[in-house]
Design a protein around this ligand. Structure first.
Ligand code: B12
Ligand code: SF4
Length: 338
């Protein structure tokens, strides 16, 4: 996720190296061979879940009925390239391991309740911030699945040092840090996120103006938000990524104000192959304006004034005007204090 000033890469989806040779597992049954192959490809962990109805489906329907998904009627067509590439290789390998089988991969796409399936596969539990948590690697990872039309032994075979906790075992205890630190109060109850208030949703998925009453709480997040994961004690020991393609690309030399100079072509070139492209140029600059307003930094006034007067997007012009007002308020406040 991007926060300004652009931080050191916060992507911590490090595929931990298997601690024992995967060849040993490969000598076992087909399920163990599939799992061993997944770890060999660099996935943090892998498990198998039986394709039986999920209790979470009922909660999902209720979540949609309550309108907590906001404008995400798509739910969801995002792509995580690294995950996608590895899942594709794994799917083909599974079809080769199990002749005649069909393997379909997913990651953050389609109406698949990924956390619930991962929980069933024994990979962790759904934490109070609603992400899947593993005692071994926290929650700094993405989920991906391969659906196979073959019965495999539904047991995790990860050669991890600590055994995976049993499905649904909750290790959050009495901790409520994610709820307490969420700036917008988006985690309305443990494991229940109202996307319409979540900064991740507002800065990535939401089209149009950022609701006025939430702008100040957005702080300086310009693409997504990691706060509820940052404050989670289980993420203290989360490993860093070793996957080169997951490192945040260098945006050295780019200040927030400079982002305001990006036209469509410049935006596309800068964020080529980056998930940031999802916001579109106008959405991204909208976020930048909100961050600049929240910073109250007077040095951004010329860039914001230019954006307010000349940006081709009405959305950007309106948010630049808001940011200028915020900066004026900050300055007036500072003058009074002095
Ligand atoms: C829509 C969506 C969002 C929305 C809504 C988030 C949400 N919490 O639902 C928004 C845009 C806000 C979002 C934000 C983020 N997301 Co998102 N998102 C999704 C997506 C596409 C669908 C999730 C969904 O269906 N939500 C609807 C709710 C109702 O369903 P649910 O939460 O799955 O239902 C669970 C609860 O009911 C819970 N539960 C379990 N037991 C109990 C008990 C009780 C009593 C209750 C009440 C609930 C409960 O378990 C259910 C099943 O998991 C998934 C991918 C996928 N297809 O699953 C990624 C996914 C969940 N997102 C992911 C990530 C990484 C993020 C962000 C961290 C990105 C960022 N840095 O900005 C943030 C985190 C914000 C947060 N606290 O959730 C990862 C999570 C990885 C992980 N370790 O779990 C996923 C799995 C994508 C992926 N393939 O890796 N996301
Ligand atoms: S991602 Fe940020 S805004 Fe969304 S629930 Fe977590 S802390 Fe709250």
């Amino acid at each position: 996720m991007l926060r300004s000033p652009v931080p050191s890469p916060p992507l911590r989806h490090r595929p931990t190296a298997p601690t024992e040779p995967v060849e040993a597992a490969a000598a076992l049954n087909p399920a163990a061979r599939v799992l061993a192959h997944a770890l060999d490809l660099g996935f943090h962990d892998a498990g198998i879940a039986a394709a039986l109805p999920l209790e979470a489906s009922r909660r999902y329907e209720a979540w949609l009925a309550a309108g907590r998904h906001g404008e995400m009627a798509w739910l969801a067509s995002r792509n995580h390239r690294v995950m996608r590439d590895k899942l594709r290789v794994l799917s083909r390998a599974i079809e080769a391991l199990l002749p005649g089988s069909r393997a379909l991969w997913y990651s953050d796409t389609g109406a698949i309740l990924e956390r619930a399936w991962a929980e069933r596969a024994g990979l962790g539990w759904v934490g109070k911030h609603s992400g899947l948590l593993s005692r071994r690697i926290g929650s700094w990872f993405l989920l991906g699945e391969v659906l196979v039309n073959r019965e495999l032994e539904p047991a995790p075979a990860s050669p991890a040092p600590a055994p995976a906790p049993p499905a649904a075992a909750d290790h959050c205890g009495t901790c409520t840090r994610c709820l307490d630190f969420c700036p917008t109060g988006a985690i309305v109850a443990p494991r229940e996120v109202d996307a319409r208030r979540c900064i991740s949703y507002l800065t990535i998925e939401h089209r149009g103006a950022i609701p006025m009453e939430l702008r100040a709480q957005l702080g300086d997040w310009i693409f997504g938000c990691d706060l509820c994961q940052d404050v989670c004690p289980w993420n203290r020991f989360a490993p860093e990524t070793r996957e080169p393609r997951l490192e945040a690309r260098s945006l050295e030399g780019f200040t927030l104000a400079r982002f305001l100079e990006l036209d469509e072509a410049g935006f596309a070139a800068l964020f080529d192959k980056s998930p940031v492209r999802r916001t579109g140029r106008d959405g991204f600059l909208r976020n930048v304006c909100v961050a600049l307003g929240n910073r109250g930094d007077a040095s951004a006034i010329p860039a914001l004034t230019r954006a307010m007067e000349r940006d081709p997007s009405e959305l950007v012009r309106a948010h630049a005007a808001w940011a200028l007002e915020e900066i004026a308020h900050h300055r007036a406040g500072a003058a009074v204090v002095r």
